[in-house]
Design a protein around this ligand. Sequence first.
Ligand SMILES: [Zn+2]
Length: 332
Amino acid sequence: MINYKDLGLVNTREMFKKAVDGGYAIPAFNFNNMEQLQAIIMAAAETKSPVILQVSKGARQYANQTLLRYMAEGAVEYAKELGWEKPQIVLHLDHGDSFETCKSCIDMGFSSVMIDGSHLPYEENVALTKKVVEYAHQFDVTVEGELGVLAGVEDEVSAEESHYTKPEEVVDFVTKTGCDSLAISIGTSHGAFKFTPEQCTLDPQSGRLVPPPLAFDVLAAIEEQLPGFPIVLHGSSSVPQDEVDTINKYGGALKAAVGIPEEQLRKASQSAVCKINIDSDSRLAMTAAVREVFANKPAEFDPRKYLGPARDNMKKLYIHKIKEVLGSDNKA
Ligand SMILES: [Zn+2]
């Protein structure tokens, strides 16, 4: 049993309370390799933003769970080296699929876990989430539950269509489970292809697809039921068109990739939404930089020469998200 506090990590409790009160949101960035982690920590340290390092089950399988845990521990020390005196870093399991997965993460030093029972019948979701909360709270680990279903594909999580969270269920769910935060579905979606062209309207000026707006009425109804309770948005990449254009220019084939417009996420950040999950945007930033190097310097074969620019591009993206979208800079 490793307690996250011994690794210098923090749970989400204080962080979320401050974010809800302060009208900003904490970035939750997924990572599965060193360059991503370096970019996240450099961006957070430079902007003094609290940050949530997210690991999916797929990332644990890809990178090895032991290695990931030590990387997160290393991230705290690295942040201090960068001059961040008291790093506010959470190590969080994204989309925990069972009690066993959550327990294994808690036992290995995670400070926060998500148990995703959103695909289950309501009562089963309640029972599973409650079981994880009871275990996690013994070690002061915070738990994110989920109500409602997001569309899209993210690692092994996928759903054909979304179902908005029902505001009339949230009080019962939070009371019965004791979860510390709640992921909701209001129209965000996993992956880089969040909407089909048919769901979008075409902006005649730019020729870009404009996705349907988020259901802010559902968010408002949930906030009314649960005043001040921390709300989480998954699938909140914006799919920056310049990164998509770079990828396509240098041989990629990402046609009709669409994300959530940043002004909508900015608006959500000012509400009880206090954690915003961003994964695809970092994948796009990394891929765009690597493709550009390969296209312009075909003789290059030193990984540092293409992963270095990829890291720089991800860092730029993370800083942009922190300062221009979530407003979490200078909060840690
Ligand atoms: Zn998710």
